[in-house]
Design a protein around this ligand. Structure first.
Ligand code: MLT
Length: 413
């Protein structure tokens, strides 16, 4: 028989969200009349806005006519989209990028999962904890870790605890952790909703430049930042182009979780080193990887993404984000009124709450499902420091969010 990748065996149960889905299906099968409200996986609920739909229709019409039909496109993305990204997301905030530093893709999960391929097979990884599970799991699959201990901490990975004490934004480590090759940061954070300030990011950039680490900065939720003082890109910090890759997504910004479009920025100033210690461009490595394993995001979808940057697209998607932020506010106020200690949910679609009496997060998951027919995400699923916490997502209809708050009030009064 064919030998398999034994590193997969180090992964504990299934991926977090399928496991939640399994428990919910089991509950619903046993209680077919229960109206379950899902505030678990951060999946958008509102339909695509009109300007995006119109752009998709127009692109489909182009594909239906010989003269405007398109086959393979440029793997890195069409210039019409890359130009729009460069001008609107970066130049507008004082960040100058070239088009060949932006790589359009079909999703940030793929990008953050795939980017580790360009680093050494024994690259040392740092994550904040709790964290989006893909950062760790993709490195486990690649064989960069040892086994997990009983709380799910993988040997060989450096975990920095994100706690209420540090506002869920850990400072960079001191040198006692040993050399680090790749550090994953996420702001606004999935799962805690915490947002790093410019000073906090500047400390990370200074650390990375001093130690030679590369930061993978996941900014999938940047559109939820409403405070102009908070950085939306790591490149707003001087020197970040020399030490950071940035990941961005249209999923939560424009309702693309089922449409699929994202991009990753790999600056040309960013260098790694080869086994001989010579500098190598990470942009060139990623371009090689991207063009070898990816044939580009579909033309229709890239037209849809470009529509996000039109004046109508900005207004319509901005209003949609306001809607989700309002959901977050309603949830937060309801949870606080029910006596919960709640974090996040201000510049982020996620609320991070302490479980009552610091109950185990999976026990709280089961209780909430059983007693209130509500689905959230157990904090432990995001890492050992998530134990005793629980994530609720603001992605749902207003009616369901209001109903969820009423059920929380009834269950925890
Ligand atoms: C989440 O709920 O954490 C996200 O939806 C996961 C993702 O974006 O892949």
């Amino acid at each position: 028989m064919t030998r398999i990748n034994d590193d997969y065996a180090k992964l504990r149960a299934g991926y977090l969200f399928p496991e939640i889905g399994r428990r919910v299906r089991e509950f619903s099968a046993a209680h077919p009349d229960a109206k379950v409200i899902r505030l678990g996986i951060g999946d958008v609920t509102e339909p695509l806005v009109p300007s995006i739909v119109a752009a998709m229709h127009a692109a489909v019409e182009e594909m239906a006519v010989r003269e405007t039909f398109r086959g393979y496109g440029p793997e890195q993305g069409y210039d019409f989209l890359v130009d729009a990204i460069r001008a609107n997301d970066y130049a507008s905030r004082g960040v100058a990028l070239d088009n060949d530093e932006i790589f359009v893709s079909d999703g940030s999960k793929c990008d953050v999962g795939n980017v580790q391929e360009i680093f050494a097979k024994d690259a040392r990884i740092l994550v904040t904890d709790p964290v989006y599970p893909v950062y760790v799991d993709s490195n486990v699959m690649a064989g960069r870790t040892g086994a997990a201990d009983e709380v799910g901490r993988f040997a060989g990975v450096t975990y920095l605890a994100a706690t209420a004490q540090n506002g869920f934004v850990p400072a960079p480590p001191d040198d006692s952790v040993g050399p680090i090759d790749v550090a994953y940061l996420c702001s606004p954070s999935n799962p805690t909703g915490a947002v790093a300030t410019k000073a906090q990011l500047a400390a990370w950039v200074a650390w990375a430049r001093r130690t030679g680490a590369t930061i993978v900065f996941d900014a999938a939720y940047e559109a939820y930042i409403r405070d102009p003082e908070l950085p939306r890109s790591i490149y707003e910090i001087e020197g970040a182009k020399e030490c950071a890759i940035e990941v961005r997504s249209f999923s939560k910004r424009a309702g693309f979780t089922g449409v699929r479009c994202a991009f990753m920025v790999v600056p040309k100033a960013l260098m790694g080193k080869n086994a001989a210690g010579e500098p190598v461009s990470l942009n060139a490595l990623w371009a090689r990887r991207h063009t070898t394993k990816f044939n580009g995001t579909s033309y229709v979808i890239q037209r849809a993404a470009a529509a996000v940057y039109t004046p109508a697209g900005q207004a319509e998607t901005g209003a949609q984000i306001d809607f989700y932020l309002d959901n977050a506010r309603i949830l937060r106020e309801g949870l606080v009124a029910a006596g919960f200690t709640v974090y996040g949910g201000v510049h982020a679609p996620y609320l991070w709450l302490e479980t009552p009496g610091r109950q185990s997060s999976w026990d709280f998951f089961d209780r909430l499902l059983r007693e209130a027919h509500l689905v959230g995400t157990p904090g432990a699923g995001f890492g050992p420091s998530g134990e005793g916490y629980f994530r609720l997502s603001a992605y749902n209809s207003r009616a369901n969010v209001v109903e969820a708050v009423a059920r929380i009030a009834r269950t925890f009064r």
